[in-house]
Ligand binder design. Structure first.
Ligand SMILES: Nc1ncnc2c1ncn2[C@@H]1O[C@H](COP(=O)(O)OP(=O)(O)O)[C@@H](O)[C@H]1O
Ligand SMILES: [Mg+2]
Length: 199
């Protein structure tokens, strides 16, 4: 199985996205096969990878056929469509033939509430039982398709259910931070929240 590493800090602007891209790039330079997953609905990683400057640039990915972004890939599970989750048709990355991207989508945010409910109630409601495992399953399925060694997950700056899910299904997590007062506060708050997520 591919090793899943997520970049997490609920404080914004601390280099999660930049580190996700550069860590992936350097692992690929060392010959590893890398899958980047853009799980921030703001899609900064997708924009960075392709050098996009505006929303029109994203249309090429969103309007072409096939399963090409994180929201469309998860929609069978989250919109109760009776079709299986399929591996993403990843975009190629210029200059890095062994690095792949699952593009982000603003619509991923629409699944936040559903996932939160599923994480609380999946023990009692059968219909919700598959949702908490959907993200990890999708990553591993896509990783298998591209023979991936490392999955690097970029996350939004929040403590919502999607981030809880991504963090608790990752093998490792990194907390990028800036040397300032607010980062110290965010570490204190992570120290109290992560044990609760892990419970
Ligand atoms: N190692 C670094 N050195 C200098 N600037 C950086 C570094 N990492 C990120 N930045 C800059 O900091 C800003 C926030 O980075 P970003 O990766 O978007 O943070 P986040 O994803 O945590 O919101 C960007 O303008 C980025 O170019
Ligand atoms: Mg970011």
């Amino acid at each position: 199985m591919a090793i899943q590493i997520c970049l997490f800090n609920h404080k914004g602007g601390v280099s999660k996205t930049t580190t996700a891209f550069n860590l992936g790039w350097m692992l690929a330079e060392k010959g590893k096969r890398v899958l980047l997953a853009d799980c921030d609905p703001q899609c900064n990683l997708t924009g960075m990878v392709f050098g996009f400057t505006g929303i029109d640039d994203f249309k090429g990915i969103y309007e072409s056929d096939g399963i090409r972004n994180i929201r469309d890939a998860l929609s069978p599970a989250f919109e109760s469509r009776p079709v299986p989750i399929e591996a993403v048709q990843c975009e190629e990355i210029n200059g890095r033939s062994n690095m792949f991207l699952i593009p982000g989508h603003i619509g991923l945010a629409e699944y936040e509430v559903t996932l939160g409910i599923a994480q609380e109630l999946s023990g009692s409601l059968m219909t919700l039982q598959n949702l908490p495992g959907a993200l990890h399953y999708l990553f591993q399925l896509t990783a298998k398709k591209y023979n991936i060694d490392y999955i690097i997950v970029d996350m939004s700056p929040s403590l919502g259910p999607i981030n809880q899910n991504l963090l608790t299904t990752s093998d490792f997590f990194l907390v990028p931070m800036a040397p300032d007062y607010f980062s110290v506060m965010s570490v204190d708050s992570l120290a109290s929240i992560l044990p609760r997520w892990n419970a």
